[in-house]
Design a protein around this ligand. Structure first.
Ligand code: HEM
Length: 117
């Protein structure tokens, strides 16, 4: 079980770092290059979300509390960010900036969750 958690966490973090990091760079470039990275960003998003759901099933289960609330806020922001990137693909300056803010919230709320209780 431990090895499964390690592997899924590695996929979750690597995909999340790529997705959020590339989004921050594209936001800084005013959306230039977004079309080139669109496919890889969506693959990373799908991997991060899928691995996140597995981690949720294994580590969180039905628990309720501040840590779970923080994870839920982060997960919701991530899904909304992917929605903006997909729906406003033709307006990359706007969609990447909004997604960057949402993914910044995701990274922080995910990383601090374990210290909240
Ligand atoms: C629907 C989307 C997501 C779900 C359901 C989800 C779920 C989770 C879960 C269950 C954990 C483990 C918490 C624990 O150790 O108890 C976690 C950790 C984490 N996630 Fe996500 N996640 C999602 C998206 C993302 C994205 C997009 C990123 C990055 C951009 C991200 C970054 C992190 C980080 C940094 C951790 C902390 C790892 C640690 O402290 O060990 N997550 N996530």
């Amino acid at each position: 079980m431990q090895i499964l958690i390690i592997l899924v966490t590695a996929i979750h973090l690597l995909a999340g770092v790529y997705w959020a990091g590339s989004t921050f760079v594209l936001a800084g470039l005013g959306g230039r290059g977004a079309e080139t990275l669109f496919r890889s960003q969506m693959i990373a998003a799908a991997l991060a979300v899928a691995a996140g759901l597995v981690l949720w099933g294994v580590l969180v289960g039905g628990a309720v509390g501040p840590a779970e609330t923080s994870l839920s806020v982060g997960a919701a922001c991530a899904v909304i960010a992917a929605g903006f990137q997909g729906a406003w693909r033709k307006q990359p300056a706007r969609s990447q900036r909004i997604a960057a803010v949402l993914l910044a919230v995701t990274v922080v709320s995910m990383a601090i969750a374990r210290y909240l209780g």
